[in-house]
Design a protein around this ligand. Sequence first.
Ligand code: TYD
Length: 204
Amino acid sequence: MSGRFITIEGIDGAGKSSHIAALAHWLRQHEVEVVLTREPGGTPLAESLRELFLHREMDALTEALLVFAARRDHLQRVIEPALARGATVVCDRFTDASFAYQGAGRGFDLVQLAQLEQWVQQGRHPDLTLWFDLPPLVAAQRRAAARDADRLEREDIAFFERVRAGYAARRDATPQRFARIDADQPREMVWQQIEAALAARRWW
Ligand code: TYD
């Protein structure tokens, strides 16, 4: 019995983090084994690549190769073994982020990204993607209040408009996989949408 693979996506400042813990709690209450992880990252090697990715200057091809190298290690060591034993994997970002940030944001070739996706993932895709969507201006205000910016978070509003459009395009390509969460709402309203998306799947 394969477990479920859930990913969480959205532009920086969408408010994913606070809901990921609540999501894991909800699943555990339903007696599901949960593996909570993130990308880039999730293994010692991938976390090392994350540090480079977030803080060193590089071109879009290097970005794409780094995130997919990290993803390869993460899939092999964490995600695939967890799914094989029936656990539910909750991953803070996955390949939709590569299409949104490197593809739509940086303008990296989408066909080449799809080739990397196929090469690295061998047909593995999330079962459900919770896409936290909100206007980039609102997200920027939240980020400014919350923390020091890393390399990607310093990009301008136009960059995040493209990233947002990149997510929308991914959703439009496989709408059944996605649940769009209106993240420009009070926390409680955001959580209600997440709970509704989970309940609608009838998996637990
Ligand atoms: P994020 O997950 O938002 O972590 P934090 O909450 O600590 O800031 O940061 C990861 C950054 O990496 C984010 O700006 C999106 C970016 N990213 C890509 O550009 N491509 C990818 O494939 C992934 C997984 C992330």
